[in-house]
Design a protein around this ligand. Structure first.
Ligand code: IPM
Ligand code: MN
Length: 356
């Protein structure tokens, strides 16, 4: 019998260091679980370095393997500034290829504060989830914008099916949580600019329709500009937020900033037939090989992966171990997001906490 099959994309820059840290921690978890059959890793070659060597960032056959041959995938950050396509855009970025290719329509981005982690933006208790639509919105225009020397346009796509499915995902997540930190109310906030954009008004209409299927969850609306302000000033009132792709990209980085930086933030790209988990941050090539890389986002992405695969006990143990390491100051996240000792030191501390 085989164990759980986990796809692994090590990525570029600090990717290999922080994915190694995650693998060490996952293996330690399996060793500690009586009767565990462990994890079978399926390594997939993808990213900027892959593009440089092969001319594609991820081969089509490998996208199929990520869909058909693994239970879920742990992906490191990808991209290198000097690896570009002929049109000048970054070549090694996988967002378009994997999100569309695997139809992972919900980008689930938990944002929470941790004891022991300083933030330059003073926030109260932060614990909410941004559900970013992941296959359409403005980024449906990725690689497809039209233009000439004088004018360029990108089109925002909102389909009924696409909005229904991501809205259902957001409500299901809210139904399974304990509500907002401030008042314990299970709440979905639909974030849009429906006062300006027809596509966003449509998104709001469809979200409203889905709310009727989840009477235990309250629905509220916030215009995106006002939401940006509230996410800084009163984050504790949020529980789950659902929004169009581009808005979700921007506001999830804003949210990360309020809890010590996106270096601490994980993301799950989740569809009905595949899922992959990654840190929200990029590959920080200038930090690679210097023992400064912070693997916490990657470790929390591993927690999400375990939860997704139903390994709830292991997920809980890993989340607690990371939390205790941060709270005790066993590793220190600097305000610039780096860590002394880097990914290896954090993995050592987390493995020690798991064994305690
Ligand atoms: C993210 C990233 C990607 C995105 C980039 C790297 C293409 O910013 O996952 O948030 O825009 O979706
Ligand atoms: Mn982003």
């Amino acid at each position: 019998m085989t164990g759980t099959r986990i796809g692994l994309i090590r990525g570029d820059g600090i990717g290999p260091e922080i994915v190694d840290a995650a693998v060490r921690v996952l293996d330690a978890l399996a060793d500690l679980a009586p009767g565990s059959r462990g994890w079978d890793y399926v390594e997939i070659d993808a990213g900027a370095d892959t593009y440089r060597r092969t001319g594609v960032a991820c081969a089509e056959a490998d996208v199929r393997r990520l869909r058909d041959e693994v239970d879920a995938t742990l992906k490191g950050p990808v991209g290198l500034p000097d690896v570009r396509t002929p049109d000048g855009t970054e070549a090694g970025v996988l967002g378009g290829i994997l999100r569309t290719g695997l139809d992972t329509y919900a980008n689930v981005r938990p944002v929470r504060s941790w004891l022991g982690v300083p933030s330059r933006v003073r926030a109260k208790e932060v614990d909410y989830v941004i559900v970013r639509e992941n296959t359409e919105g403005l980024y449906a225009s990725r690689d497809k914008g039209v233009g000439n020397r004088w004018a360029v346009t990108d089109t925002l796509l909102a389909t009924r099916e696409g909005t229904l499915r991501v809205a259902r995902k957001a409500f299901a997540i809210a139904a399974a949580r304990r509500g907002a930190a401030a008042d314990g109310v299970r709440r979905v906030t639909c974030v849009d600019k429906s006062n300006v954009l027809r596509s966003h008004a449509f998104f709001r209409e469809v979200v409203t329709e889905v709310a009727a299927e989840f009477p235990q969850v309250e629905l509220e609306y916030r215009y995106a500009d006002a939401a940006a302000q509230d996410l800084v000033l009163s984050p504790e009132r949020f529980d789950v937020l659902v929004m169009e792709n581009f808005l979700g990209d921007v506001l999830s980085d804003l949210g990360g900033a309020t809890v010590g930086g996106i270096g601490l933030c994980p993301a799950g790209n989740i569809g009905d037939g595949a899922a992959y988990f990654e840190p929200v941050h990029g590959s920080a090539p200038d930090l690679a090989g210097r023992d400064r890389a912070n693997p916490v986002g990657q470790l929390l992405a591993s927690v999400m992966l375990l939860d997704h695969l139903g390994h709830v006990d292991e997920a809980t143990r890993l989340r607690r171990a990371v939390s205790s390491v941060l709270a005790r100051g066993a590793v220190r996240i600097e305000t610039d997001g780096t860590v002394t000792g880097g990914a290896r030191a954090v993995a050592d501390a987390v493995v020690a906490a798991l064994r305690d």
